[in-house]
Design a protein around this ligand. Structure first.
Ligand code: SF4
Length: 92
């Protein structure tokens, strides 16, 4: 037990795409409600937090550049496929 309130962590996720993005469009094609492709062909996540969605966890794994990251809206902790592996910036 690490003292993290799992109910709070499930409140919402934030999606980020790093500069490593290859603009493959896989994420936008797979989950258009979470990603958009602009006129500049750059893929961007939707604004603001999103409801937790297992599809996003799959896309983190599927992204060929490892460019997608998910964090819990309230805690800033990384979202992983296995909640027990969540970490904050200090790795705790
Ligand atoms: S799947 Fe990854 S590399 Fe492809 S557009 Fe999305 S973030 Fe970029």
């Amino acid at each position: 037990m690490n003292g993290v309130d799992r109910r709070t962590e499930r409140a919402g996720w934030r999606i980020e795409i790093s500069r490593a993005c290859l603009r493959s469009g896989i994420c936008a094609a797979s989950a258009p409600r979470h990603f958009t492709v602009g006129a500049d062909h750059r893929t961007r996540p939707v604004e603001g937090p999103v409801e937790p969605d297992p599809v996003l966890l799959d896309l983190v794994e599927a992204c060929p550049a490892g460019a997608i990251s998910l964090t819990h809206q309230d805690t800033g902790r990384a979202v992983t496929a296995r909640p027990e592996e969540t970490t904050d910036e200090r790795g705790k």
